[in-house]
Ligand binder design. Structure first.
Ligand code: RFL
Ligand code: PHB
Length: 389
């Protein structure tokens, strides 16, 4: 098989890239390791920056988001059960969209399939070759048979554990990493959200987050030690702990119910540089990970897709290679802003094992400063709603 861009990974970044290239008349094939049903059922991100909203609309995948998503003009932060609001709209003129990644992925698959796109799932043993030559190709096994895709470029959209980043020689790749000493236990339940906006809570027992998917579907997280297992947290224990950590008025009115999904995610900051090697481009989680506290992971994947599809478009349509040559530099500049912000939000809101009473007091003071200082709130809001790309 021959295509112009072979895309490894059928998560949101791979399928969005494929659709935007298609709209520019550029041919691509998406190779996804997992069965489609698995990819479409994954529960992950919930908050979309406005730039992401506009990219999804541009790809023709925005109709259901616009009908069913919730536009949020602010969020709540709290310390020791007392909260205050960050008014995104008042401070920056911008808002965010609350719409789950599960739905985003489904919408992207729908639009890509309607336009006749090739998304090959259950592609095993995907392996790129000749990435530093003029004629790269990718091999994989489907139904026991080895297949080969010849292409001009390979886009590595295969997430943190994918093969693409591993294909860059050690002598070229630099990585930067920070692993946090805790995880997030997440629960999805068919209950009305605790509040009309998200609540990010700092508490001496640990961080908690109240989020949502729709009017009857809530998403909650609490910080837990890394050695905890889902089995250590029956529903009642989860709800009791959440109540202790969030603002008193939200705790009082919290509606609880059985969890329909429960999982623990470790928290990590990670960047791989450069994001281009030869004819390979890294996109999204394949190149960088942020702790979820800033709600940036999916949004960063989308901004990478923005830079890459513009670069490939200029290469094919205008014979101009500046965009692909500067892809890594442009994407990384934005990545590092989000890395910094996500690290800062994580540091501000979580209980670290060695922080002690002094550290807790400093966090509370920082939150009090945010409450009293418009300048501090503006800086947070500007990053949360998303820097321009
Ligand atoms: P994905 O979604 O991991 O997709 C990669 C795809 O590649 C496939 N794959 C392979 N395919 C072929 N061959 C191989 N060798 C392959 N290896 C892997 C995988 O099966 C998969 O389908 O990466 P992508 O597209 O870059 O998207 C990134 C986002 O998924 C991620 O950044 C976000 O989910 C992060 N995130 C959040 N981001 C936000 O913007 N806002 C949020 O509110 C937010 N909350 C979160 C999050 C992530 C979380 N977890 C579970 C990690 C909350 C959580 C709890
Ligand atoms: C979510 O709804 O899953 C969510 C929201 C905000 C975050 C992280 C996750 O910062």
């Amino acid at each position: 098989m021959r295509t112009q861009v072979c895309i490894i990974g059928g998560g949101p970044s791979g399928v969005l890239l494929s659709q935007l290239l298609h709209q520019a008349g550029i041919d691509s094939v998406v190779l996804e390791r997992r069965p489609r049903e698995h990819v479409l059922a994954r529960i992950r991100a919930g908050v979309l920056e406005w730039g992401t909203v506009e990219m999804l609309r541009k790809a023709g995948a925005g109709a259901r988001m616009d009908a069913e998503g919730f536009i949020h003009a602010g969020t709540y932060l709290s310390a020791q059960n007392r909260g205050f609001r960050i008014d995104f709209e008042g401070l920056t003129g911008k808002r965010v969209m609350v719409y789950g990644q599960t739905e985003v992925t489904r919408d992207l698959y729908d639009v890509r399939e309607k336009s006749g796109g090739a998304i090959i799932d259950r592609a095993e043993g995907v392996q790129p070759h000749g990435l530093d030559t003029e004629a790269p190709f990718v091999t994989y096994v489907r139904d026991g048979e080895t297949q080969r895709v010849d292409c001009d470029f390979v886009a590595g959209c295969d997430g943190f554990h994918g093969i693409s980043r591993q294909s860059i020689p050690d002598s070229v790749l630099r990585t930067y990493e920070k692993v946090y000493p805790f995880g997030w236990l997440g629960v999805l339940s068919e209950t009305p959200p605790a509040h009309e906006e998200l609540i990010y809570a700092n508490h001496e027992r640990g961080f908690a987050l109240c989020s949502m998917r729709n009017k009857m579907l809530s998403r909650y997280y609490i910080q837990v030690p890394l050695d905890h297992k889902v089995e250590d947290w029956p529903d009642q224990a989860f709800w009791d702990e959440l109540r202790r950590r969030i603002p008193a008025d939200a705790a009082e009115t919290l509606v609880t119910g059985p969890s329909i999904e429960k999982s623990i995610a470790p928290l990590r900051s990670f960047v791989a540089e450069p994001m281009r090697w030869g004819r390979l481009f890294l996109v999204g989680d394949a190149a960088h990970i942020v702790p979820p506290t800033g709600a940036k992971g999916l949004n960063l994947a989308v901004s990478d897709v923005h830079y890459l599809h513009e670069g490939l478009r200029a290469h094919y349509l205008d014979k101009d290679d500046e965009g692909i040559e500067r892809y890594s530099e442009r994407a990384l500049a934005r990545v590092w802003h989000s890395e910094r912000f996500s690290w800062q939000m994580t540091t501000l809101l979580h209980r670290f094992p060695d922080q002690g009473a002094f550290g807790q007091k400093v966090q509370e003071s920082e939150l009090a400063y945010l409450e009293m200082s418009r300048a501090a709130r503006t800086a947070l809001a500007e990053n949360y709603v998303g820097l321009p790309f």
